[in-house]
Design a protein around this ligand. Structure first.
Ligand SMILES: [Zn+2]
Length: 350
């Protein structure tokens, strides 16, 4: 049987075939569309769920907010905590305000020490702040008003943000025992004024150039008016960093302070000398190894109530006045811390 003789299937109608193909195509398209819509809806649902979770996290008070507020923080930390505070409910904000920045959380009986930096701020002050931050400690800066005036406010704000104490060291480093009464007042006021203009607060402590003496009536009157403590230093731990051999020798400066430091020490340093600033990492490390806890001068003074009571009573004050003197919140309190002892220079006003 030849090919031509084979029975042939009846030929299909071309029109019906085309309709079938179109139907199949439509069904396929519908299936694909349905699958696509299901996937699209699932995707939309997933995205909206993620957004809800994120929004919930941002509006909830978290322990992280509290820690950021409590910790001595960098500029970044502060801005983060402020940002979070904006979205935090009122109750959380109240709690954060109620807990002050912890600057005096040291164990009872600890060996306290206050590092103090005079005559700045200078080109090296930022390096001091970097070191303090790296070591997680605070210090006190007794600054000259003229230098404050020439310093970017952000450097001064860093001191505050890192928990350091701000001190007044007069406007132009004047020796207050050698100037007229009004000029002494003016020297202290101008320094506080420029601090107020730069960071919105005046000093909490004063260190008069060359130290406080009995003949500086203007100093004591100004301190009383402004509720500021007058703070000298300890001679025994002072490396005299303005002169040789300390000046120019960071290793000598660090070793001198570490070897001579005593409990409740107030160390006189100057952040205008590079060798002093360079000495800080080794100095702080050595002091930590000897068990010292770093505090600001106000914290140091407040921790020495007993010593002040004795000195004050022997100076003729009543027990009530004496007990109230150090950090007791009595208006007009002022005293001089010098060589490990506190001297009350004038009668207390309450
Ligand atoms: Zn000075």
């Amino acid at each position: 049987m030849s090919y031509s003789q084979m029975p042939r299937k009846p030929s299909q109608n071309p029109k019906r075939t085309l309709t079938k193909q179109l139907n199949a195509l439509r069904n396929t398209a519908l299936c694909l569309f349905t699958v696509f819509m299901i996937l699209f809806c699932a995707f939309v649902f997933l995205i909206s769920s993620i957004n809800k979770v994120s929004a919930k996290d941002e509006s909830s008070p978290t322990t992280t907010t509290g820690e950021a507020t409590l910790a001595p923080s960098s500029d970044t930390d502060v801005s983060e905590s402020e940002t979070q505070a904006d979205t935090t409910p009122d109750t959380s904000a109240t709690t954060a305000e109620a807990v002050p920045v912890s600057r005096a959380t040291y164990p009872e009986g600890a060996k306290l020490i206050a590092l103090t930096f005079d005559d700045g701020p200078s080109q090296y002050t930022t390096q001091v702040l970097d070191t303090l931050k790296e070591e997680g400690i605070t210090a006190t800066f007794f600054m000259i008003g003229q230098c404050v005036d020439g310093t970017d406010a952000s450097v001064l704000q860093r001191m505050v943000d890192q928990g350091c104490e701000i001190g007044n060291h007069t406007w132009s480093h004047a020796t207050l025992s050698k100037v007229e009464y009004d000029e002494a007042i003016n020297q202290l006021k101008k320094c506080d004024d420029v601090l107020m203009a730069k960071i919105g607060q005046k000093a909490t402590v004063i260190r008069p150039p060359t130290g406080a003496g009995a003949k500086q009536k203007g100093l004591f009157d100004y301190a009383r008016e402004n509720h500021q403590f007058i703070v000298n230093w300890n001679d025994s731990s002072c490396p005299s960093d303005w002169a040789k051999p300390a000046n120019g020798d960071a290793e000598y400066t660090a070793n001198y302070v570490v070897e001579h430091a005593i409990a409740n020490d107030c160390v006189l340093l100057h952040d205008v000398h590079k060798s002093t600033v360079d000495s800080l990492p080794a100095m702080i490390k050595g002091l930590k190894e000897k068990g010292f806890t770093f505090v600001t001068v106000s914290e140091l003074l407040a921790a020495q109530t007993d010593l002040t009571v004795d000195k004050a009573i022997s100076g003729g004050y009543t027990a009530e006045e004496a007990t109230a003197a150090p950090g007791g919140g009595v208006i007009g309190v002022r005293y001089v811390y010098s060589n490990g002892k506190i001297y009350i220079e004038q009668k207390l006003y309450s």
